[in-house]
Design a protein around this ligand. Sequence first.
Ligand code: GDP
Ligand code: MG
Length: 370
Amino acid sequence: PDTIKVGDFAERIKKPASEIIKKLILSGVMASINHEITFEVAEKIAEQYGILLEKEEKKDKKEVLINDFEDKEEDLKPRPPVVTVMGHVDHGKTSLLDCIRHSRVTESEAGGITQHIGAYTVDIDDNKIVFLDTPGHEAFTAMRSRGAQATDIAVLVVAADDGVMPQTIEAINHAKAAKVPIIVAINKIDKNGANPDRVKQELTEYGLIPEDWGGDTICVPVSAKTKEGIDNLLEMILLVAEMQELKANPDRPAKGIIIEAKLDKGRGPVATVLVQKGTLHIGDAIVAGTAYGKVRAMIDDKGRKVKSASPSIPVEVLGLSEVPNAGDILYCVEDDKKARQIAEINQEKQRVEYFESTSKVSLEDLYSQI
Ligand code: GDP
Ligand code: MG
């Protein structure tokens, strides 16, 4: 018969029996740990955990649908580095990002107009570097808390006239925790009070020993104002990227990360996606958290419509059913139906998590009320 003891069922799906009993009661089934429940009832409860119950074996429905396989070494191709700029407030993160962006915009690129999509790409000869445009540790940590990592290299901006400050130390700690290599940009060297040596001295206290002092931390003196040292900084980024041997398989269904997302009056939900594996194409069925849909259009950081986006390339994606969260992972799946199914499972998971986090009713309370 297709029944299972509540206790056995709890064990099989690795959830506390008390929690299952609570869920059973909430769905109108009065059962104790030794009661048998039908497969259909068990299935409903399992679904609340995002688990697909099969008659013989249990499988995580979402994983099965997504099929996020590991790539073979021979399928991997080099991809551009993704860089985050971090540092203390007013040390010049925004100025540096603007300076790099504008120093590399060619005349032919839409009259030099760049779109703000949360990330941008610069070309250096035959190489590309991708900069995340959202400086600040929040974005960085929000993504990491979701188990996602968008960054390959952290550029730590330290003002030469101010030195290491509290948010500098925070940034160092975040980058270290994420095991992301740090390149130090000693900024504002054009200023009168600039003292790069003092900055280097202070950095050593946090384990960053400059290369010219016998350590392995690359420090580049720059000025976002005069543009001095910017080319050198970009070169150093490419050097570090080369040592990392960054690779991804471009020939598989895309997986990416949501960098930022918003609701646009005319265009609906718009999400900037940084593709991490595979290639995203127009028409692909996609899901990110509880948002799903088909890629209707893609726009790059220069405001151009594109048909595809390969690893490390950021694009605005149109066609999602709702606005996803920054840090959500985007998957390309077989068809719209699967995309919607996964989004529904994610929604159910969120609902359960929300219910569990807000529920102050204990099992005893429940029993006493009945
Ligand atoms: P953020 O808070 O780190 O993003 O810093 P901003 O980029 O907003 O810069 C803070 C202030 O420092 C602004 O007034 C900038 O004009 C100025 N600034 C940034 N970089 C330089 C630089 O290299 N030299 C000089 N003299 N000023 C700079
Ligand atoms: Mg800023």
